[in-house]
Ligand binder design. Structure first.
Ligand SMILES: [Zn+2]
Length: 408
């Protein structure tokens, strides 16, 4: 059993191994004590430190260096997660700078993330209380029915800027469908991660779309996209359009990658609103990184937290999107139209369910007049505040994360 080592020496005996182990344990214990000692001294102000303390620090230079590096890393991480607000005057000054850029742009593209929908009661992904942060901490997420959300001031402003030909294209990471519901035309929109109100038949060629008045994703998840409803044309099972983390979106619509890439190639100004850009930055074609620095579009970012593109931005505005957009529209002298539910294009676009499919979901159905909204078959109250599990985030999302974690 005890094979000789390459040098011809016999492997250590049991007693020797035990001694070695004990030595290692003592070594670890010593190191732990040093760390504790040094960190206690470092917590004192320099005036409080005794001559003895100073000696210890000199004696354990390596530990001092290690602890300082750790501390630095922690504070950088903390700073990146903090929400920062520009004061009123600074915000006004920055927004007027943005207004000049918007007026002067030849081809302005807007990139949007969850931060533009927070005012619509859709939770943010990566803010301190965001979904992503909660899921990452292993907490379950409870939220009200997301289809109750309506386009915000920011959605309506963007739609208006497009109408005034100041914005040419909108690329969104949001699945909440609110850009479409604000009245922004389809061709000017790329919903890179899908639209929760849309199901498609991929058996039909070209793929056939069905817009619904409810969240179609309640039974779907990562790599499981069937909604259980059928295509009235060919009878094939319909699927949702959501692109979960770890998936590659292949649907032409509503993702419209072609539109997004064409817009990015032509853009001279990119305005990022309410996105951490952590996912968007990975789509390199959206940033024209193949062009030389001086030919790349100018970047304007509105976000409360740090983003990985901050260093490249011409201007970073720390404000809530609605606050920044309200000021911007004032500055541009353009009236923001209110969202009028009765005129929501979704009612025009929606396909009614087939007979027998009325009970194929339990989500709230949106209705043009208030008070008529109804959960089709759910017992009272259950659909409203149930913990999010399936659907366009929730189960699919956390599964994807776990999978990615184990594979790296
Ligand atoms: Zn079909």
């Amino acid at each position: 059993m005890e094979a000789p080592s390459a040098a011809g020496r016999v492997a250590p005996s049991r007693a020797e191994r035990k001694a070695q182990e004990r030595e290692q344990i003592l070594e670890r214990e010593k190191r732990r004590k040093t760390l504790k000692l040094v960190s206690r001294i470092l917590k004192k102000s320099e005036l409080e430190r005794t001559a003895e303390d100073a000696d210890e620090l000199r004696r354990h230079e390596d530990t001092v260096r290690e602890l300082c590096t750790r501390q630095l890393r922690r504070s950088i991480l903390k700073r990146k997660q903090e929400e920062v607000f520009d004061d009123a005057e600074e915000l006004r000054r920055k927004v007027s700078q943005l207004a000049v850029a918007v007026r002067g742009a030849r081809h302005l593209v807007v990139y949007t993330g969850a931060g533009i929908s927070t005012a619509a009661s859709i939770p943010d992904y990566r803010g301190p209380n965001g979904l992503w942060t909660q899921l990452q901490k292993g907490r379950s997420v409870s939220t009200s029915d997301l289809s109750a959300a309506e386009p915000t001031l920011t959605h309506m402003s963007i739609r208006m800027l497009h109408k005034e030909k100041l914005v040419q294209h909108v690329v969104s990471q949001n699945c909440d469908g609110l850009h479409l519901r604000s009245g922004l035309p389809r061709h000017a929109l790329s919903e890179l991660h899908g639209n929760m109100f849309m199901e498609v038949c991929t058996s039909c060629s070209p793929a056939r779309e069905y817009v619904r008045l409810f969240d179609v994703t309640e039974r779907t998840a990562l790599r499981r996209h069937g909604t259980s409803r059928r295509c009235p044309q060919c009878g094939g099972e319909l699927r949702d359009t959501i692109v979960h983390f770890g998936e590659r979106g292949t649907l032409e619509q509503p993702l419209n990658w072609k539109g997004a890439m064409e817009a990015a190639a032509k853009a001279d100004v990119i305005l990022c609103l309410g996105s951490s850009l952590k996912v968007l930055k990975k789509y390199t074609c959206l940033w024209c990184m193949n062009k030389s620095t001086d030919k790349r579009p100018k970047l304007y970012i509105v976000n409360l937290q740090w983003t990985p593109k901050d260093d490249l931005a011409t201007l970073k505005i720390h404000a809530k999107c609605d606050d920044a957009m309200r000021l911007l529209m004032q500055e541009l002298d353009i009236t923001i139209p209110p969202y009028v539910k009765a005129e929501d294009p979704i009612f025009r676009l929606a396909t009614p369910l087939r007979p027998g499919e009325e009970n194929s979901h339990t989500r709230k159905v949106i209705s043009p007049s208030a008070g008529q909204e109804d959960c089709v078959s759910a017992p009272k109250g259950t659909a409203l505040s149930a913990a999010v599990q399936g659907g366009w985030f929730g189960r699919g999302y956390s599964k994807g994360r776990r999978k990615r974690k184990t594979s790296t």
